[in-house]
Design a protein around this ligand. Sequence first.
Ligand code: MN3
Length: 193
Amino acid sequence: MSFELPALPWADDALAPHISAETISYHHGKHHAAYVANLNKAVDGSDLEGKSLEEVILASEGGVFNNAAQVWNHTFYWSSLSPDGGGDPSGDLGAAIDAKFGSADDFRAAFKTAATTQFGSGWAWLIKDGGGVDIVQTANADLPLAHGQSALLTIDVWEHAYYIDYRNARPSYIDTYLEELVNWEFAASNFAG
Ligand code: MN3
């Protein structure tokens, strides 16, 4: 059973003008699709064939890990974005964010710093930390799952995520993510899960 490229949770142009259909079509249709194809090439006929994506991530390293983790990361990233996103977190997650960071604004500042200062390619994450939350950065394909952590939200800060729309202005892309796109419903369901 090969891995498949998951469909996007919204139309290609649903995040425009914040993230263009052109960016989404390349990011999903070329980058994410290539990770899926490369993963299948590596896993088919190997000891890892038939394992779940999470099992492959935890059992592999090098190129197999990189492709498996990037398949997982991108699927999680699409769900972290919503055409109706932005605003402040509420409920139990909102309370956990206030307890850790002080306020939603303080969270946004800390998340922006993490996403901006991740050197080169990688990701910034909101993760579950005991009963609370924390922010972590990962490089390249690395992800919280590989460190025994549970992800709540992510932003892709590889240049391919923003270069068409923002050129080198990574901080503007991060601001837009936090103000217009971040999917708090998805994060809250992960926090409850
Ligand atoms: Mn990407």
